[in-house]
Design a binder for this molecule. Structure first.
Ligand SMILES: Cc1cc2nc3c(=O)[nH]c(=O)nc-3n(C[C@H](O)[C@H](O)[C@H](O)COP(=O)(O)OP(=O)(O)OC[C@H]3O[C@@H](n4cnc5c(N)ncnc54)[C@H](O)[C@@H]3O)c2cc1C
Length: 434
């Protein structure tokens, strides 16, 4: 009897485990396929920055790369090979490369189809324009820890290169106050440089635009004048809180809401022209990231304080009349979160007649919100003017006015390439290479 039971158990295990394994793999593979189909149908097929390139001849489909990614299912195993199924979500952690047991993954910029433009930067962070340096993601290397490290390292190199000081001009102008710019500014303060930091938006950089409560994956890092921070995971809001604590503790001064428009050579110095003034500096450090500057509509009234290009706290807009402009995922997600606030009146203006290129889930949610009359969508409309208590729109040649307290514009971003070229920095295009 016992022998029968044992035989039965052995048979169950030896048949059951392979079946369970096959079912799991089929499930995983169909989820990966669905993700890939969605990426392809939404046109989201090209990774933004550093990403894995899979050598299909070496890949033995262990699948170890898939769960290694801290950002979720960006890779999947399809037809026995690792494949990028959500390419645009890759931010270049590189954990997949480390997890692959047969070294079939390497990290590269751009793809064979679409090149990625990267500025030429030397090992000491200087560009081909003597005196102009680059740190952080703009140089191609993403991630917060890398940006912080490059920020202070670049400033140390700049410090060494400064032979004479002048009371009339800044030693250094730092442009951008994301992780690289903040770290650079702290190191400049530590090295007692006469410096200025100019940030077009607010302190924090790209982190500011992460989804709410996003868990930021990082590694222990050294922050100049503050010390070592040891966490590996931190919520977005707590990371921004840490920056504020560092700034308060060190007394660091940063000029926010001041966009740099041009950097030109002037009598052996650099003249930096911003939205608020002009500055002369001996050296310039560009830590402006790769995400670009929000695209403006260019309509009268856009400079008013009721206009913003990012929505951080939807709760602040309870019982307000809000206009959202745009038809991408950011616009839809902002409209949806505002429509969930008590008494908020949400209008969405989009110049096209249908939402294309948005996530499937957002598509379903916005359809539902329109059906329930929670969001008033004005397709094929354009904003003509933003006034104190109204916004004037145009649709098929007819103008109309809506009462309005706030306007959020999500019209994409202008990449920094043109700005770099205007300074004379050479750009290289990388097609799936390092
Ligand atoms: C959704 C998402 C999730 C991510 N998650 C993680 C994660 O979990 N862990 C991780 O390590 N990394 C993550 N990253 C990547 C990380 O955010 C970036 O690598 C990092 O912020 C780069 O820092 P930076 O200082 O080089 O550039 P940025 O953070 O992009 O900062 C650049 C700053 O320059 C300013 N600027 C630009 N142009 C001008 C101008 N003309 N004048 C003045 N200021 C200007 C911008 O406003 C911005 O504040 C994520 C990125 C995204 C998009």
């Amino acid at each position: 009897m016992i022998e029968h039971l044992l035989n039965f158990s052995v048979a169950t295990i030896s048949i059951g485990i392979p079946i369970w394994y096959i079912v799991c793999n089929v499930k995983k593979s169909s989820s990966a396929k669905a993700k890939l189909n969605h990426s392809v149908s939404s046109g989201l097929t090209e990774p933004v920055s550093l990403h894995p390139k899979i050598d299909i001849n070496s890949c033995i489909s262990t699948g170890a790369c898939v769960p290694a990614c801290p950002e979720g299912e960006i890779l999947g195993v399809l037809e026995g090979r690792a494949t990028m199924v959500s390419p645009t979500k890759c931010i270049g952690h590189g954990a997949c490369e480390a997890a692959c047991p047969v070294e079939a993954i390497s990290l590269v910029f751009g793809t064979e189809k679409r090149g990625v433009e990267l500025p030429h930067v030397k090992a000491n962070f200087e560009t081909n324009v003597p005196g102009v340096y680059i740190a952080g993601e703009l140089g191609g290397m993403g991630l917060i820890r890398n940006a912080i490290k490059q920020g202070w390292e670049a400033v140390d190199d700049i410090h060494q290169s400064l032979t004479k000081k002048s009371d009339q001009v800044y030693d250094l102008a730092i442009i951008g106050a994301g992780p690289a710019g903040i770290s650079a500014s702290l190191q400049a303060q530590k090295n007692k440089l006469k410096f200025i930091t100019l940030e077009q938006d607010d302190i924090g950089g790209t982190v500011l635009s992460y989804p709410r409560q996003k868990i930021v994956m990082t590694q222990p890092m050294d922050i100049p004048l503050y010390g070592k921070v040891k966490f590996r995971e931190i919520q977005k809001e707590n990371l921004l809180g840490l920056w504020n604590e560092v700034i308060t503790k060190t007394g660091l001064e940063l000029n926010i809401k001041e966009k740099v428009e041009t950097v030109e050579r002037r009598n052996g110095f650099f003249k930096i022209t911003s939205s608020k003034g002009e500055y002369l500096a001996q050296r310039v450090l560009l830590s402006i990231g790769r995400r670009g500057t929000p695209r403006k509509l260019g309509v009268p009234g856009e400079k008013s304080s009721k206009v913003a290009y990012r929505l951080l706290e939807p709760e602040q807009y309870k019982r307000k009349k809000v206009l959202i402009v745009g038809g991408g995922d950011s616009a839809i997600e902002a409209a949806l979160s505002l429509s969930e606030q008590k008494g908020t009146d949400v209008t969405l203006s989009y110049r096209k007649n249908v939402f294309s290129r948005i996530k499937e889930k957002n598509d379903q949610r916005i359809e539902e919100a329109i059906r329930q009359d929670r969001i008033n969508v004005q397709f094929e409309s354009n904003v003509l003017e933003i006034k104190r208590e109204q916004a004037i729109l145009e649709k098929k040649g007819t103008q109309f006015t809506i009462n309005n307290d706030y306007v959020f514009i999500f019209a994409g971003g202008i990449l920094p390439t043109q700005f770099l070229q205007s300074i004379g920095i050479s750009i290289e295009k990388k097609f799936g290479e390092r």
